[in-house]
Ligand binder design. Structure first.
Ligand code: SAH
Length: 359
């Protein structure tokens, strides 16, 4: 099987060019063509016939197919269901702000973390996505915008908050980040990319060493061990205190901060006591809190607190002088909001056993 072109970082492509005696201009030309211009067609006139023949022979330029597009009737959120070559499916969401978008990318088919509040977790982990399948979500969504909402094809932020635990598929996510960051291609700034994690320490270590400028969000959800164990079983293996103290010693770049995500669940983690404990834990850090009212999904066991309870929770955090944002829910009418992604409907294959795959 041919290798996907979209699995190559710029330096990989340079190595391919030099090993095969292609012109040294080939990497810049191809990155520019496919990532800056975002052309679908193969690049023919800007590279030599022999280079073109070489890429035809050795590389695959196809992208994940868009299976279904769901457009919200409430806001301009768009959810894509992608069909991969082995028939697995993953979802990607374009989240609007002004006339621009953030894109929420998936990193795995399903997820091994099995968080009790997350629809994706119910699928189990089927497999990791390859870099080309991550990059492909972005390129296809961009092209969909260019065709269907011309003039709006501006995707300014990338968040790894779709299906999967990105730090549990580190190699593919790292290479995707390298491609997004490349000045020859999409040239997206490090601060415009955010990786969200449930607190997977082996991946956190690699993030801090290998892609340090890329933003990090930690799904915190409760400062209490028992509650967090219930919400995020991974907490039993990598307890919050260890995760936070690891993060604390990472040198951050200027203006870089860590986002702490906190899902508000009615009657579970939404009291003033929870807020005080959280505030004490994060006060004085380069922290930014994202409060996410729980999004319900078919069969979910939790519910969302009312607006007053959410505001009260924020008011307590404000006393600790931690910048806090209540994340507005977008796209929930098409199950595109946080935790509502689940592409299991069409396909049932054996899931991998998390005990075997989490080192
Ligand atoms: N595995 C990563 C990224 C995917 S989830 C992580 O755990 O961070 C992206 C965000 O959506 C996380 O903060 C997650 O906790 C949150 N989320 C999951 N299910 C949700 C739900 N039902 N309602 C609100 N937020 C949810």
């Amino acid at each position: 099987m041919k290798q996907s072109f979209y699995d190559l970082s710029y330096s990989d492509l340079e190595a391919v060019a030099s090993e095969n005696d292609l012109s040294p201009s080939v990497p810049a030309v191809l990155f520019n063509w496919h990532y800056k211009k975002k052309e679908i067609n193969r690049c023919r006139n800007k590279i030599s016939k022999s280079s073109s023949a070489f890429f035809d022979a050795h590389f695959d330029f196809s992208l994940p197919e868009i299976d279904t597009v769901y457009q919200s009737n409430k806001d301009r959120t768009v959810k894509f269901l992608f069909k991969l070559k082995d028939q697995y499916k993953v979802e990607t969401v374009l989240i609007p702000f002004n006339n621009k978008y953030s894109i929420c990318l998936s990193s795995q088919v399903g997820c091994a973390m099995n968080c009790s509040f997350c629809f994706t977790g119910e699928q189990g982990l089927k497999r990791n996505l390859a870099t080309n399948e991550i990059i492909g979500q972005f390129l296809q969504a961009w092209r969909w915008l260019a065709t269907n909402r011309p003039g709006e094809e501006r995707i300014l932020n990338i968040v790894f908050m779709g299906q999967g635990e990105p730090l549990h598929n580190f190699d593919a996510v790292k290479k995707a980040c390298e491609i997004f960051l490349s000045q020859y291609g999409t040239s997206i700034g490090t601060q415009k990319i955010t990786i969200s994690t449930a607190g997977y320490i082996p991946g956190l270590k690699r993030w801090s060493q290998e892609i340090p400028g890329v933003n990090l969000a930690l799904s915190l959800h409760s400062p209490y061990t028992e509650k967090r164990n219930e919400l995020i079983p991974l907490n039993k293996k990598y307890p919050l205190a260890e995760v936070v103290s690891y993060i604390d010693q990472i040198p951050l770049q200027k203006k870089q901060f860590i986002t702490y995500e906190y899902i508000l669940i009615k009657g579970f983690n939404d009291t003033a006591d929870d807020a005080n404990k959280l505030g004490k834990m994060l006060a004085g850090k380069s922290a930014y809190i994202n409060l996410i009212p729980f999004n319900e999904f078919p069969g979910s066991r939790y519910t969302c607190p009312d607006a007053a309870a959410i505001e009260n929770f924020k008011a307590v955090l404000d006393t600790y002088k931690i910048p806090t944002l209540i994340r507005g829910t977008k796209g929930d009418d098409v199950l595109a909001a946080c935790g509502q992604l689940n592409s299991n409907q069409q396909i049932r294959k054996q899931s991998l056993n998390p005990a075997e795959i989490i080192p």
